[in-house]
Design a protein around this ligand. Structure first.
Ligand SMILES: [Fe+2]
Length: 297
């Protein structure tokens, strides 16, 4: 297995000079890793690194594109400080991506920015929801028809704890392994899910296959234990960027990080043939979204 990491020695969020090989690498499913690019906390922001600032029953604090903060506990002043901190990270993440991957400029759609104060190793959850198992990101309720999920992460841990990921084989190798086991897509089932509001729009065959891969990977104990993988500890004061719908990953441990998601419309990659949509379409031998998809199913 080639290294799933491409290390970049950038030290300033606004000083990235793009190199075409970085876009190629991230589109090949690699993680761009910036070991010297930390998010600088203001002195008073150290006090925000507390799990109690997460509202009971929520996974993350998130700052919407509209500037509204959700999922936060704490008093008004603390919530305002959280919104400021997360908002500053958003600005820096957007600047980084614009400079680093200029081919996507003007095309990316902003998703909420999250602050995740929970300790990963203590989260009790179902196999399907357990992100400590290798997976690719796929949304059960929000079909995306091949829209790409680009994510920027930074580790804020004040005690020096790394955020430990496992990174797996490239997307095509994993797709070749799991696609033959996927349940067939049924258009009528997708229609029922939509009618019941389980999904916000009609689940395409692409979305179905991505969810199948997500689930089949997580439930396969042999793959989880002995599939091709590399352990990668991201230390505090580092940043990493990847297409999380393509880079096979598991989040093993860590606490306190921020994350910015950006959506890239399908087909706007520099090399669209390297995308999960193109790879799955090629392996399936038929269109998985749009005109011609779902025929004879
Ligand atoms: Fe994930």
């Amino acid at each position: 297995m080639n290294s799933p990491i491409v290390e970049i020695g950038l030290t300033d969020w606004s000083q990235a000079h793009p190199e075409p090989e970085w876009t190629r690498a991230v589109e090949a499913g690699k993680v761009l890793y910036f070991p010297k690019l930390g998010f600088q906390l203001q002195p008073q922001e150290q006090a925000l690194l507390r799990e109690e600032l997460l509202k009971a029953g929520t996974r993350n604090v998130s700052l919407g594109a509209d500037g509204l903060l959700k999922g936060a506990a704490g008093n008004e002043q603390e919530q305002q400080a959280l919104a400021e901190m997360v908002g500053r990270f958003r600005q820096q993440a957007l600047q980084l991506v614009d400079d680093l991957l200029p081919e996507y400029k003007g095309l990316l759609r902003l998703a909420p920015t999250s602050f995740r104060p929970k300790q990963v190793e203590n989260r009790a959850q179902s196999v399907r929801a357990d992100d400590r198992r290798m997976h690719v990101d796929a949304f059960p309720s929000r079909p995306n028809y091949g829209e790409r999920i680009l994510r920027v992460f930074t580790n804020l841990n004040p005690q020096g704890a790394p955020r430990v990921w496992r990174l797996g084989d490239d997307f095509e190798a994993v797709a070749r392994q799991f696609m033959p086991r996927a349940k067939p897509y049924r258009l009528w089932q997708a229609k029922v899910l939509k009618a019941l509001h389980v999904t916000k729009s009609l689940r395409s065959e692409y979305d179905h296959l991505m969810l199948q891969m997500h689930d089949l990977m997580k439930f396969d104990e042999t793959y989880q234990k002995s599939g091709t993988q590399t352990t990668m500890p991201f230390p505090p004061g580092s940043v990493w960027v990847c297409f999380s719908d393509q880079a096979t990953h598991a989040v093993m441990s860590g606490q306190y990080m921020m994350e910015q998601t950006l959506y890239l419309p399908p087909g706007h990659e520099v090399d669209p043939a390297s995308s999960p949509l193109a790879i799955l379409t090629r392996l399936a031998g038929r269109p998985l979204v749009g005109v011609g998809a779902g025929k004879a199913l």
